[in-house]
Design a protein around this ligand. Sequence first.
Ligand SMILES: [Zn+2]
Length: 346
Amino acid sequence: MLAELDSLKATALAELGRLQDAKALEDWRIRYLGRKGTVTQALRGLSALPLEERRALGVAANALKALLEEGYAQRLQALRKAELSARLRREALDLTLPGRPPALGRLHPTTQMLRQICGVFASMGFQVVEGPEVEWDYYNFEALNIPADHPARDMWDTLWIDGADPQGQRARLLRTHTSPMQIRVMEQTRPPVRVVVPGKVYRYEATDATHESMFHQVEGLAVDEGITFADLKGTLYEFAKALFGVERKVRFRCDYFPFVEPGVEMAIDCFACAGKGCRLCSGTGWIEIMGAGMVHPEVLRRVSYDPERYTGFAFGLGLERIAMLKWGIDDIRLFYANDLRFLRQF
Ligand SMILES: [Zn+2]
């Protein structure tokens, strides 16, 4: 029996020395020290032996049990230590490595241009307001001196929501310009009025490099006592210099818009060729950048402003057109094609 215990001890210790992981160690513990383990069974078997034998073997078996328990505890600790250092090696951080910068978003070129333009006018005392994109015929046309049978309606290819109303006025449409906000602002305030209105406008037309069915305009309106054409020129000249450089020259020529009288189109001297003539300015040396004019007395009467007392000027520009000129973009469709190669350049 003692010999059996000795060989048990030898096998158990040899196995213990070879164990490489916690799972194998646990199996080993169950095999030898568990409730049905070899050593436990041996101890239990002692009770069947005569007293003398029992005493001698009991001491040896208990010693073996203590020895194996001790061995188990040491092995467990060693394995844990090894596992920990392996994990530390595996998960080691190199604190000297440079970090990965997060990809930052940026503002869409349209938004950047919009903020820049509104910023210029805000610095001159204009307030920025916005209006609805779904608009009544009344605000988009009628109140702006463009009645239902007026040929000037052909200037805007309209997207109707309700279908054109022969009586005008009560039909809804997608606004074709930001000018309806002139009426809405004046209906709700008394002079002095100084506002710029940025926003989306819609046209029912085929798209090409210079036309989109949706684009942005910035509308401007100033109404007060004693406003003259000189105020219009001075304000828009300041704007042109702020956006296209202080050396810019401006040119005003007669143009027609039903809600202004007189109406003008404003051009700046070509910043690419300094007026000599190039592809950008089609050889003319001038680039048209917006339409403007003195607010038509009929429009003032519509909102119960006395045209004998108040005068004003209004202007409207195409935001994408300004951005294309400033950044040398040759196709308006690029703005809304969501091509990151384009958008990341701004
Ligand atoms: Zn030019």
